[in-house]
Design a protein around this ligand. Structure first.
Ligand code: ADP
Length: 368
């Protein structure tokens, strides 16, 4: 039998409290002392944890072979959610007067993730519902007398096509996002031809760039190291960034794409390459920069929708850059333009090690 001394229990990460048969605290480990602010023992649990549901549960199991689980929200600087397990200990010669064991498990991160998932589903449904409502409205109108008018029909069908395309784009982006999230922890292991990727992107966007009268200039620095990556995903990254530069950049002003060697990638300190996409458009307000990669976040919602944006492009970029263990930096000056820099590390991934985490930091500094 392993002796469970106070000092051993002190190393348990979950707050743990032992109570006697009258609900007084006999022992609290370090995590419990900190969480519940317990400075001494011997007092009723109610003095440290004034939670009626917790106290009820404890009263029900004290000295009995029974357990209860209760969700508790503890106020503080930030509200934290805990799941509390309380297990009664029936009296026996070797239980040293312990009547119940109480263990709290921090569920804050899990609850937040659940909330984010729920918000995401609500947002995605809302985004799909508005084009769908428009389509249904037009179909109903066309079924009525207005449907026999040739001009009305042509105009409405045009709008319906646009709304249907918007839904299709949104579904494509939602699927991309979930695909990227699934393999985000698996770093790509094959070398990638960045110049080839950028050529494919500029070709794919050539018509859009021509219509907007925005030339795309791509420049390469010298001594570029090889980077590992997945071409299809990096194509999505640069298509999103260059398409945004066309959409939100100034008409008639060129977009500069510059690929250069980077001695130190921000956040990791490794060497690699930096691919900078610079436009000369309206810029982004400083307070919006940290939020750009949130799903469905748009600085100007109407503007994004009018240019066919889904609000998911930069969220997809963030996840792909993370998967490549890279880094995304956004710099912008209102009225002057923005630069989105994607850093990709040069080192080949070392086999057999756990992949390190990529980061996305978004300092809101001005374009120098
Ligand atoms: P969207 O589909 O709306 O373009 P993104 O996730 O790609 O979604 O971008 C989010 C928001 O960031 C856009 O709605 C826009 O407000 C802003 N944004 C992105 N790129 C630029 C840029 N180059 N210049 C100014 N604003 C930008």
């Amino acid at each position: 039998m392993v002796p469970l001394t106070d000092r051993i229990l002190d190393h348990f990460p979950d707050p743990t409290v032992l109570l006697d048969g009258r609900r007084s605290v006999i022992y609290a480990n370090g995590a419990a002392r900190e969480l519940l602010d317990i400075t001494r023992v011997g007092h009723d649990l109610a003095m440290s944890l004034r939670h009626p549901r917790v106290l009820d549960a404890v009263d029900q199991v004290l000295g009995r072979d029974e357990t209860r689980t209760v969700e508790v929200i503890l106020p503080g600087n930030t509200t934290r959610n805990f799941e509390m397990f309380v297990s009664g200990v029936p009296p026996a010669p070797d239980t040293k007067g312990v009547g119940a064991v109480l263990v709290l498990r921090d569920m804050t991160t899990a609850r937040r993730a659940e909330q984010m998932r729920a918000d995401f589903v609500a947002n995605a449904s809302h985004e799909l519902r508005s084009p769908l409502a428009a389509l249904l409205g037009f179909i109903e109108t066309l079924e009525g007398p207005a449907g026999s008018d040739e001009d009305t029909r042509t105009r409405f069908l045009g709008i319906m096509l646009r709304e249907a395309k918007r839904m299709a784009l949104l579904i494509d982006d939602l699927l991309s996002l979930s695909r990227v999230e699934i393999n985000e922890h698996v770093r790509p292991t094959a070398p990638v031809d960045i110049a080839g990727v950028l050529l494919n992107v500029t070709e794919a966007l050539s018509v859009q760039a021509k219509v907007a009268n925005v030339p795309i200039r791509v420049n390469y620095g010298s001594n570029l190291p090889t980077v590992h990556g997945e071409a299809d995903q990096l194509f999505q990254v640069f298509r999103n960034l260059i398409e945004n530069a066309i959409r939100y950049g100034a008409k008639g002003e060129a977009i500069d794409v510059r690929v250069e060697a980077a001695q130190r990638i921000p956040g990791s300190g490794r060497s690699g390459i930096a691919i900078k996409v610079t436009d000369h458009g309206e810029g982004i307000p400083e307070e919006a920069i940290p939020r750009l990669t949130e799903r469905f976040y748009r600085v100007d919602k109407a503007r994004s929708k009018s240019v066919g944006g889904t609000g998911l492009g930069l969220a997809i970029v963030k996840h792909i850059v993370n998967r490549h263990r890279g880094h995304l930096v956004v710099e912008s000056t209102l009225g002057k333009g923005s630069t989105f820099t994607v850093y990709l590390p040069a080192e080949p991934p070392r086999q057999g090690l756990l992949p390190g985490g990529g980061t996305v930091a978004m300092p809101s500094s001005d374009v120098s």
